[in-house]
Ligand binder design. Structure first.
Ligand code: FES
Length: 85
């Protein structure tokens, strides 16, 4: 099991899961859910190393340093905390 945190809440998800559903449940905003709109841009402020590397869509987005598109993030295991910048 992996743990995702956002704004003092946390959810358990299976290792290897996309984080979107848990983040949305905790209030992180999403739009397109396909790595296009940027609505879900956020910072994995702790445990970023527990995420799979950036997807092609994230790389194409030219994100500011440290930012990820949460709709594209897959957690390998462990814990990750997201914050909005
Ligand atoms: S929800 Fe649109 S980029 Fe993630």
């Amino acid at each position: 099991m992996a743990i995702i945190r956002f704004e003092e809440e946390e959810r358990e998800v299976a290792d290897g899961s996309n984080v979107m559903e848990a983040c949305e449940d905790m209030g992180l905003p999403f739009g397109c859910t396909e790595g296009i709109c940027g609505t879900c841009m956020s910072v994995p402020s702790a445990g970023a190393f527990n995420l799979e590397p950036m997807t092609e869509k994230e790389l194409d987005f030219d994100l500011p340093k440290g930012q990820r598109l949460a709709c594209q993030c897959v957690i390998k295991g462990g814990e990750v905390e997201f914050t909005l910048d």
